[in-house]
Ligand binder design. Structure first.
Ligand SMILES: Cc1cc2nc3c(=O)[nH]c(=O)nc-3n(C[C@H](O)[C@H](O)[C@H](O)COP(=O)(O)OP(=O)(O)OC[C@H]3O[C@@H](n4cnc5c(N)ncnc54)[C@H](O)[C@@H]3O)c2cc1C
Length: 376
């Protein structure tokens, strides 16, 4: 059975690796000319790192990235509002949260998948389905596949053509991301920060001893004509302003914060959707890619049991949909709360966040980090 995966992002590549390890014949078709995501870092949380551990690539990712043991929510001046200590989960699951440059992560995934299994410059434009799939690309080539997996992101062609669903929601928040060098050898180590202001927030984390990945998110209504990101965050802690202003412009990327309104069908017959194509979320829980990695894990386990594609996809949807939608919905709410603009609402929010019991936070993290799926 020939399996075609459309999209060579974190979701598509991890799925290819998991299926290859499960003994399947798999090819990834990626529209880009090379596997090289633009700028910026990413945090692969404990749940994703458990999957990478099972796939045998945890150490490589840890070595290329930077371990994170604490997540802090602060005010705009970096005074802690809430701290989340992850060591309990490190001990429980034997893995760390890891912050890493996206390019490094994707290179590891592509190397492990094997470039002979990845076809670049292949933008899928047309799907014809009878018993199997005829896939036509924008270079006028076509291939036949028995099984199709759409890992082609939030604007998925596979979802649009075969499921006809998917409404993209705009949060009206805009985001800049960057990576810069800082001599912070003994500062801000093994911690991720998110500083909440009024209608804006700034996150940063080291991805190596001397490199920092940051993101700055702001309500669209606060963006005036010609305002640049340094200007917009000048009321934040001086070190935050310094991080932004010292980042070279060509290392900064800009995008809208959007998600996919939850859809209740990810599969039919021999086709399924994974990752952002199925359940794109806002980035407020740092779980979008981690959820794609969990999809890959579950698919790998199910295919490893020699079930039919139809059985695999039906079970995959049943096992994964609840958790993925929980993430999408919770993240959407967090994004609203984190972006209150009104001073009283901000004060009340910060006061309430300070009172969140440690046990409630741990319960939530346990739900997110647990990948103990009942696969029968
Ligand atoms: C600001 C921000 C911060 C984030 N931070 C985190 C974080 O810290 N942790 C985390 O887990 N997640 C994070 N995320 C979410 C994460 O980036 C996504 O969830 C993840 O990249 C989804 O992976 P994917 O492979 O499903 O889709 P994508 O990364 O979108 O990959 C889809 C791939 O398909 C290709 N493609 C698209 N259409 C076609 C086509 N027609 N034919 C062939 N190929 C095609 C694209 O070129 C792309 O390579 C963040 C997102 C944002 C916006």
């Amino acid at each position: 059975m020939k399996i075609a995966i459309i999209g060579g992002g974190i979701g598509g590549l991890t799925t290819a690796l998991a299926l290859k390890q499960a003994g399947q014949e798999v090819t990834v078709y990626e529209s880009a000319t090379e596997i090289k995501p633009v700028g910026a870092g990413i945090i692969m949380a404990n749940n994703a790192m458990q999957v990478f551990d099972k796939l045998g690539i945890r150490k490589k990712i840890e070595t290329a990235g930077y371990k994170i043991s604490n997540i802090k929510i602060t005010d705009a001046q970096l005074n802690t509002i809430f701290a989340s200590d992850l060591t309990k989960f490190e001990n429980k699951y034997g893995v760390y949260n890891v912050a890493i440059h996206r390019a490094d992560l994707q290179k590891i995934l592509a190397d492990e998948t094997g470039f002979k299994n990845i076809q670049l410059s292949k933008r899928l434009i047309k799907i014809e389905q009878e018993n199997n799939f005829k896939l036509t690309f924008d270079d006028d080539t076509s291939i036949m596949a028995d099984i199709l997996i759409g890992a082609d992101g939030i604007k998925s062609t596979v979802r649009n053509q075969l499921f006809g669903t998917g409404s993209i929601r705009d949060t009206k928040q805009r985001c800049w991301r960057g990576v810069t060098e800082f001599d912070w050898t003994s500062k801000y180590s093994h911690e991720a920060f998110e500083a909440w202001g009024k209608g804006k927030r700034f996150g940063f984390v080291k991805i190596s001893d001397k490199k920092v990945y940051w993101f700055a998110v702001i309500n669209e209504t606060l963006i005036k004509d010609k305002a640049n990101v340094t200007e917009l965050f000048k009321d934040f802690h001086p070190e935050i302003v310094k991080i932004i202003s010292e980042t070279q412009n060509n290392n900064i990327i800009f995008n809208d914060i959007i998600d996919l309104q939850p859809i209740n069908k990810w599969q039919k017959g021999k086709v399924c959707l994974i990752g952002d194509a199925a359940h794109a979320t806002t980035p407020n829980m740092g779980q979008g890619a981690c959820q794609a990695v969990e999809d890959a894990y579950v698919l790998g386990k199910l295919f490893g049991q020699r079930k039919s594609a139809e059985e695999v996809f039906a079970q995959y949807e049943k096992l994964r949909m609840g958790k993925a939608h929980f993430i999408v919905n919770t993240s959407w709410t967090i994004g609203k709360v984190a972006h209150y603009q009104n001073s009283i609402a901000v004060w009340l929010r910060n006061t309430l966040v300070k009172t969140i019991p440690k046990s409630a936070n741990e319960k939530q993290l346990n739900k997110v980090f647990n990948i103990d799926y009942e696969i029968s």
